[in-house]
Design a protein around this ligand. Structure first.
Ligand code: ZN
Length: 285
């Protein structure tokens, strides 16, 4: 993605926006039907006047989509998404593999990295794998070696979800992780990071979160204050905004973030600055 095309996305998508909020980077978008979904997503942004500086797009997700043992299907879909991203300014393609495909998964990871992909998404619940499995550790370590950020679901629908992800991230300290949904309604667990980081300086510094969907569920709830406290404890510079489109719209998430009562500077970091740094969006390569 070159900076000019990102800039173009900014202006095109922002053209309908009059008195609207800052542009945001939406890290969590599912485009299940390729080009059609991309058009619907963009149309929704225009209709609501929501500007984006870019968005992370996935072609997969949802129940019955484990994709284990289907490396050819995975490869073809990753390639289709990479091609789609070239046509859509601002789209950051998010690839996937299945960790249990072992060597085939590692090969595909390296292949998409060479094609410029910066993010891999894997999902223990829908892809039916155990984050404790040695093949998962091998995969995420390799992702760190080739400079790919690993996005993993963390909605806590599986037992021990956050605990397993915490230990996975510690075992792969050179890999950057984003745990989606900040632990869901079990977000309280992640306050452990505040204590962990006092142990060895920047311990756990490779753990980022997106607050897609959970922010919309928590805003205006009795949990809101504790959620804000958690965001600050895990580090405002380690939290990203996403929509989880099409389950949630971006404006639902942006509106919810606005209602949390964070400082403007904190909201700017969460909305786009942290993503810009983590995904090296200013880097023309
Ligand atoms: Zn999702």
């Amino acid at each position: 993605m070159n900076p000019m095309s990102l800039l173009a996305a900014f202006f095109v998508m922002g053209s309908q926006a009059a008195a609207t909020p800052q542009p945001v980077f939406d890290v969590h978008v599912h485009l299940h039907r390729g080009e059609t979904s991309a058009r619907e997503y963009s149309a929704r942004l225009e209709a609501t006047g929501q500007r984006v500086s870019g968005y992370g797009a996935m072609w997969f997700g949802g129940p019955n989509h484990a994709l284990q043992g289907k490396p050819d299907e995975i490869r073809a879909n990753n390639d289709a998404l990479i091609a789609l991203a070239r046509e859509h300014p601002g789209m950051l393609p998010v690839a996937t593999v299945h960790p249990y495909d072992g060597e085939a998964a590692l090969t595909e990871l390296e292949r998409v990295a060479a094609a410029g992909v910066k993010v891999l998404k894997i999902h223990p619940h829908t892809q039916r794998f155990d984050p404790d499995d040695a093949r998962v550790l091998a995969l995420v370590r390799r992702a760190g070696d080739v400079g790919i950020v690993v996005l993993m679901d963390n909605a806590n629908v599986l037992p021990g979800d956050s605990q397993k992800l915490f230990n996975l991230a510690l075992a792969a300290p050179r890999t950057q992780f984003i745990f989606a949904h900040l632990g869901g309604f079990d977000f309280r667990f992640w306050n452990i990071l505040k204590a962990a980081r006092t142990a060895e300086g920047l311990f756990g510094d490779n753990i980022y979160f997106d607050i897609s969907a959970i922010v919309a569920l928590v805003a205006d709830s009795p949990l809101e204050e504790e959620f804000v406290w958690t965001i600050r404890n895990v580090g405002v510079d380690h939290v990203l905004l996403g929509s989880d489109y099409p389950q949630y719209s971006l404006e639902q998430n942006v509106d919810a973030l606005d209602r949390l009562g964070l400082e403007d500077a904190e909201k700017a970091m969460i909305s786009h600055e942290n993503a810009r740094k983590l995904f090296r969006l200013d880097d023309p390569s």
